[in-house]
Design a protein around this ligand. Sequence first.
Ligand SMILES: Nc1ncnc2c1ncn2[C@@H]1O[C@H](COP(=O)(O)OP(=O)(O)OP(=O)(O)O)[C@@H](O)[C@H]1O
Ligand SMILES: [Mg+2]
Length: 190
Amino acid sequence: MKNKLREKIKKQRMEMSKEGIVKKSENIKKTLLTLSQFQDANLIMSYIHFRNEVETGKIMTTALQMGKRVVVPVCEVKTKKLIPAEIKSYPEDLQCGAYGIMEPCEIKPVRPEEIDLVLVPGVAFDVNGNRLGYGAGYYDRFLARLRSDATTIALAFEMQILDNVFPEEHDVPMDYIITEERLINCQKNN
Ligand SMILES: Nc1ncnc2c1ncn2[C@@H]1O[C@H](COP(=O)(O)OP(=O)(O)OP(=O)(O)O)[C@@H](O)[C@H]1O
Ligand SMILES: [Mg+2]
C-alpha cells in the first residue's frame, strides 16, 4: 500500500514545473518565517531539497543570516541513521553524498537534543501530521531522539496532502505542515 502510493506521488511531483516549484517554495518560506517557533529557534535542522522537493536553500541562507545555527541531515547508509551535521555556509559547505543528496564536506555532528526545530521532507502527509517518507525509516528513527519540546515542520506541496497515508506504529507524526496554500496545525486536528 505505502509503496504504491509513494511511487504515484513521487511521479506526480516530478511532473511539476520548475517555476511552479520555485514560486510555491517561496510561499512556503514566507509562512515559515511568520512562525514564532522558527523565529525563536537557535538551532534548526533542514533537509536539502532533492528532485522536486520543496526548496530549502533560501530558508537555510536566511536562517544563517539571522544568526541561527543550521544543521543538515547526513544519511549513514549502514545503520540507516540520520546524523545532524552543522554548516556555516550554504551551499559552499556541501558536496554530493549518499543517494545523490548533498551533504557537508566535513561532518560536524550535533546532538539531536540540541535541535529546536526540524524541517522534514516527505512524499505525502495527512492533515493529522502523519508522514509517508521514502521508505527506509531514517526520519522515524531520528525524530524519536529529539527533545520533547522541539518542533517538527513538514514542507510539502498541496498535491502531497492526502486523506490517508497509511500510518504505522513507528511513524512519528509532524507538529505542523506548511504548503503553498496553508499552515496546518496537526495537533489541532488530532
Ligand atoms: N524507530 C525505528 N526503529 C527501528 N526501525 C524502524 C523505526 N522506524 C521505522 N523503522 C523501520 O523502517 C522501515 C521503513 O519505515 P517507513 O515505511 O515508515 O519509512 P519512511 O518513514 O517512509 O522513510 P524515511 O523516514 O526514510 O523517509 C520499516 O520497516 C520500519 O520498521
Ligand atoms: Mg515512516
